[in-house]
Design a protein around this ligand. Structure first.
Ligand SMILES: [Zn+2]
Length: 264
């Protein structure tokens, strides 16, 4: 082999090696080979209506993402035992809001603590005045979420309600991804819809305050709570929301399902 050919070979193989080593890796969770154990699939089928209404491909995708979530986020019981049911319901609550965002990862969450029931601002689980059913941790509790186990199960077993605390908390976490929990999910919502969304939120909050709305009054606390409460309604009773609040339904569809055409 002559020297020139040899140099060309060396150079080209170095280039190939360089490309292989430094090509931009597409950040994507490895989903295809993740399969959920049968008992967990059974829980999904029986307890999670969102999963139930998906087609075969959608279900497979949902199952894989539940498994990836469970691989990545620890679920710990505080004075209670975490069962498969709880693990599946927590993971489902996480996946439902971002199901249409294939590459989504909860980078701001490491652990979910399950308390048996409600708690107060001091995290006391006994005594009166315990009215918190879920929260996204701040400060020392950053990257954590606390949920009431009883409320978690209750939200999913009630098939006609508009409330789901665990979904509510995960929506706060999605909202927090851009740096602030403010009801404006900049990571999901295209720029041109931000102003219409803000205007609509303010209008709907006024309607609640005027006693002229079927949306949970807690949503009138501020815009971030409105976004979380309206999202619960959107995922729990989409048809009812569409009927009663078509404009709100359309904008939430743009937020959570941006590639889907708005149905008339
Ligand atoms: Zn909230």
């Amino acid at each position: 082999m002559d020297a020139i050919l040899f140099s060309v070979l060396i150079l080209s193989s170095t280039a190939v090696l360089f490309v292989l080593l430094f090509r931009k890796k597409k950040k994507r969770p490895v989903l295809l080979n993740r399969s959920l154990p049968e008992p967990l699939k059974k829980i999904l089928l029986e307890e999670v209506p969102f999963y139930h209404q998906l087609g075969e491909d959608g279900r497979r995708n949902f199952e894989a993402r539940v498994q990836v979530f469970l691989d990545q986020v620890r679920i710990t019981g505080v004075n209670t035992t975490v069962e498969d049911m709880d693990r599946v319901l927590v993971a489902s609550s996480a996946i439902i809001p971002i199901f249409n965002f294939e590459d989504w990862q909860y980078v701001n969450l490491h652990e979910v603590l399950l308390y048996p029931d409600s708690f107060d601002h001091e995290f006391e689980q006994q005594g009166s005045g315990r009215n918190i059913l879920g929260m996204v941790g701040e400060g020392a509790l950053n990257h954590m979420m606390i949920l009431s186990q009883q409320e978690l199960r209750q939200s999913f077993s009630d098939k006609t309600g508009k409330n789901n605390t665990a979904i509510h908390e995960f929506v706060h976490l999605v909202d927090k991804t851009d740096g602030s929990i403010d009801g404006l999910p900049e990571v999901l919502l295209q720029q041109q819809y931000l102003v219409p969304w803000l205007r609509l939120m303010r209008h709907e909050i006024e309607q609640i305050k005027d006693n002229n709305s079927d949306i949970n009054p807690y949503g009138a606390s501020n815009e971030s709570e409105f976004f979380a409460v309206a999202s619960e309604y959107f995922f729990e009773r989409p048809d009812l929301l569409r009927e009663k609040h078509p404009e709100l339904y359309d904008l939430l569809l743009k937020i959570f399902s941006p590639t889907q055409n708005v149905k008339n």
